[in-house]
Design a binder for this molecule. Structure first.
Ligand code: SF4
Ligand code: SF4
Length: 412
């Protein structure tokens, strides 16, 4: 994220929600410090085989675009309109009812109308109308259409990288328009001319190099897991196993790399180790499929597919029966919504059955991958875990409406 002085609380709540002075098409995009991310480095783009690797920043006047950048974007848009029915539909069916307008945290936190989901999508729709609809070609602005210019491209960059793809707005849309997918399309088009952010491209490039977003080498993962096992032994007197790359294990366990390396994920990971020890699970970690997260979701469908594929390739190599996944919103969004048509069905694996309770996870019939929350809930439901709820009596808890496991995959 670009550097900016930390705003004071009274500055943070001074948000103007009044209508803008000018029509949105005439309102210039201002890259406010602290609200945009640094560009993807040439090194990361080269590692990912993405176009136009170069040194540049969004604050530069010249973004060093390819000479035929406009043609590339419009060709890319045409290709995607033909390839993805949902994209074509979402470009056509919005009735501008405004039900989504105040549902985005970026709009609530900025007061910027272009952060309203309906208007964020309109940034793309206006160009779609101009080049791909008869009304837009003939009547231009009267039909809500506009030319694709460098300023429009910069506006896309600024607003499409401000959407977290959480789909909260989509839950309120009477037509089921998925704003996250529109954002993904916007970013795919930007990627075609090398306009991406390092927060996304570097973790994805790390995945290609070491198998995980954080760039942890296999030895580093082993050290961290052994360290956790030592810590567990110190505190509980119980020594847990840490199976890694174990061929013939029944289950491959995949979790985001934050769980190996960053608090509080490490506590979650220690919880996994203790749980699996307690129930005697025959499982293995993998240093190749050492990332559950999928930053492809912020890059392109092709990248989603490539990053997801390694989990299944590793399951095949190790000869496991099925896959158990730790908590990672983006991993689950990909598994639940995209994996099956991108890399599946994973017919070489078995339909997951809990070796402890005998429960058959029919919901994972095709992906062969079970979420740790549903796996653990099944253990509790079947009385396989002895829990003492009174130990948590001191805590007041609330449920965080997690965008991906909850809204996107209906787990809760
Ligand atoms: S709620 Fe749906 S139809 Fe209404 S403005 Fe938003 S995207 Fe368009
Ligand atoms: S998907 Fe989430 S972040 Fe993106 S526009 Fe909708 S509410 Fe905002």
């Amino acid at each position: 994220m670009s550097s900016a002085k930390t705003p004071k609380p009274d500055e943070l709540i001074a948000i103007r929600y009044e209508p803008p002075e000018m029509p949105w098409m005439d309102t210039p995009t201002v890259f406010r410090p602290g609200t945009w991310s640094y560009s993807g480095t040439a090194k990361s783009l080269t590692a990912l085989n993405l176009p136009n690797p170069r040194a540049w920043q969004p604050s530069d006047a010249d973004w060093k675009l390819p000479e035929n950048w406009k043609e590339i974007i419009l060709d890319g848009m045409r290709e995607r309109l033909e390839k993805y029915r949902s994209f074509k539909l979402f470009m056509d069916i919005c009735v501008r009812c405004g039900a989504c307008a105040d549902k985005c945290h970026f709009y609530i936190g900025s007061g910027d109308p272009k952060n309203m989901p309906v208007l964020r999508a309109e940034l793309l729709r206006s160009v779609y109308r101009r080049y791909f609809t008869e009304a837009g070609k003939r009547f231009g602005r009267l039909a809500g259409a506009r030319e694709l210019t460098v300023d429009v491209l910069k506006e896309w960059f600024y607003y499409f990288y401000q959407c977290t793809e959480c789909r909260r707005c989509s839950a309120f849309c009477p037509f089921g328009i998925d704003q996250a997918e529109i954002t993904m399309m916007g970013r795919e088009l930007l990627n075609l001319v090398g306009c991406n952010i390092n927060w996304v491209t570097e973790p994805a490039a790390n995945c290609f190099r070491t198998g995980n977003h954080l760039g942890i080498q296999p030895g580093g993962i082993k050290d961290m897991l052994d360290f956790m096992a030592d810590d567990i032994a110190d505190r509980t007197g119980v020594r847990v196993d840490v199976p890694i790359n174990k061929k013939g294990a029944e289950i491959l366990f995949v979790t985001p790399s934050g769980d190996y390396f960053a608090d509080p994920g490490t506590y979650t990971c220690m919880g996994y180790l203790m749980l699996f020890h307690e129930i005697g699970l025959n499982y293995t970690f993998s240093t190749y499929a050492s990332e559950g997260g999928n930053f492809g979701l912020f890059t392109s469908s092709e990248m989603v597919k490539r990053l997801n594929a390694k989990i299944y390739a590793e399951a095949k190599r190790l000869g496991v029966k099925w896959i158990l996944g730790g908590e990672c919103g983006h991993m689950w969004r990909v598994i639940h919504q995209y994996m099956d048509t991108m890399n599946g069905p994973a017919d070489f694996l078995e339909e997951p059955v809990s070796p402890i309770t005998g429960t058959r996870f029919e919901n994972a019939r095709s992906t062969k991958m079970v979420h740790i929350a549903e796996f653990t809930a099944d253990l509790i439901r079947n009385g396989k875990l002895k829990l003492d709820p009174s130990r948590n009596d001191a805590y007041r808890v609330t449920f965080h409406d997690s965008c991906n496991p909850a809204r996107a995959m209906g787990l809760f």
